[in-house]
Design a protein around this ligand. Structure first.
Ligand SMILES: Nc1ncnc2c1ncn2[C@@H]1O[C@H](COP(=O)(O)OP(=O)(O)OP(=O)(O)O)[C@@H](O)[C@H]1O
Length: 361
């Protein structure tokens, strides 16, 4: 049984800023569970890093029990796959809550709901979610009786979007999450996703109105991005960057944390202009091949897509309906554009993509 989950992918990195988002989430956690929260934002904006910082360093570990269910990187094609991610089987003859209590002494979060072996077999035999949810609710109630507040976090929930058991599994889960929050006030629920089409579907789902809320984790704004560069230059290079250098980095990669980290790391072995030009060239190559493929398959679609992308030559962010629905959904699906359904806006997934668009179209 392996409950230890490392949130840090890649090198160890100290966490930077996000105080506004942290304050918002901590204040939600202090209150009674009431709504299901969707944490969304562009690709690699730092959603997982933020949640991980909160779980590891910002909450009182004696007060909360966190279940972090990560569907990222897991192949889920059938119900059984999903159940296997949701639960962690154990063999000892102890109650789940006892297992949980002993585990949380060592780790900040559990990556599955502990379930005795026989119970899991029973759950899997019945092809209905009713007994799954009943089991989870009982475990959560036991945790609450111990004076602790359970939190469920699901990363990349959209991965089960197409899965059907009776109806769509995802709707059954949403209903269950609404039960846990709005009805029972038993458990905090956070769903993380960078799939903005999925978030848009949730946003326009009448059933979820007034039962869910959204927390946007966007790329850093300019002021924060420049400070992040100072922070990283100190951490990684042990030196300061000039204002001109920071302005130049921002003009290429904007406020996307992962790209800023990449630039600063490369400065150990390469010059700044060379690093930035290389990154931009790679992005342009990707976009060029992407457009070439479309042009070869269907000239008419290519023209529509080129027209849509050309709109970004004048501005980074535009109103979503300026691009016809099918074209905008295609570009969002292909991770060229990010859709913010709350604001009704579209923008390139990063400044780097934006720069590639401006140079190629
Ligand atoms: N505030 C931050 N401080 C330090 N590093 C950060 C911060 N935000 C993001 N990062 C780094 O940027 C990278 C991408 O972040 P992360 O994986 O959290 O993004 P994400 O939004 O969850 O990605 P995805 O789009 O795949 O869901 C990680 O390596 C992370 O360590």
């Amino acid at each position: 049984m392996n409950y230890i989950y490392s949130f840090i992918n890649g090198d160890f990195m100290r966490f930077f800023n996000r105080e506004k988002e942290i304050t918002e989430i901590l204040s939600i956690l202090e209150g009674n569970p009431d709504l299901v929260y969707f944490v969304y934002g562009p690709l690699n904006s730092g959603k997982t890093a933020l949640i991980s910082e909160i779980i590891n360093n910002r909450i009182d570990k004696n007060k909360y029990v966190v279940f972090y269910i990560n569907l990222r990187g897991i192949f889920i094609s059938k119900y059984k796959d999903f159940i296997e991610v949701l639960f962690e089987e154990y063999e000892e003859d102890r109650k789940p809550v006892e297992i949980i209590k002993s585990l949380i002494k060592d780790v900040p979060s559990l990556c599955g709901i502990p379930t005795p072996k026989n119970t899991l077999e029973e759950i899997l035999k019945k092809k209905t979610t009713k007994n799954v949810f009943k089991y989870i609710t009982n475990v959560l109630m036991d945790i609450k009786k111990e004076g602790k507040q359970p939190i469920i976090i699901i990363d990349e929930l959209q991965k089960i979007g197409d899965m059907k058991i009776n109806g769509f599994l995802i709707y059954e889960l949403f209903n269950y999450f609404v039960d846990l929050t709005k009805e029972l006030h038993l458990c905090h629920v956070f769903c993380l996703s960078s799939d903005s089409l999925f978030i848009e579907q949730v946003y326009s789902e009448a059933m979820l109105k007034d039962r869910v809320d959204y927390i946007l984790v966007d790329d850093f704004d300019k002021e924060t991005a420049l400070k992040f560069m100072d922070f990283l230059a100190e951490e990684i290079l042990n030196k300061k960057l000039s204002d001109d250098e920071k302005e130049l980095i921002y003009s290429y990669v904007g406020g996307k944390p992962i790209l800023i980290i990449k630039v600063i790391k490369k400065l150990k072995i390469k010059g700044l202009k060379e690093t930035l030009d290389e990154m931009l060239r790679d992005e342009m190559q990707k976009l060029k091949y992407f457009l070439e493929d479309i042009k070869e398959k269907d000239e008419e679609s290519y023209n529509k897509i080129a027209d849509a992308l050309e709109i970004f030559k004048d501005s980074y962010e535009i109103e979503d309906i300026k691009i016809p629905k099918n074209i905008r959904e295609f570009l969002v699906k292909k991770n060229i554009l990010f859709l913010n359904p709350q604001k009704g806006t579209l923008k390139p997934q990063s400044y780097l993509v934006w720069n590639a668009i401006k140079r190629l179209l």
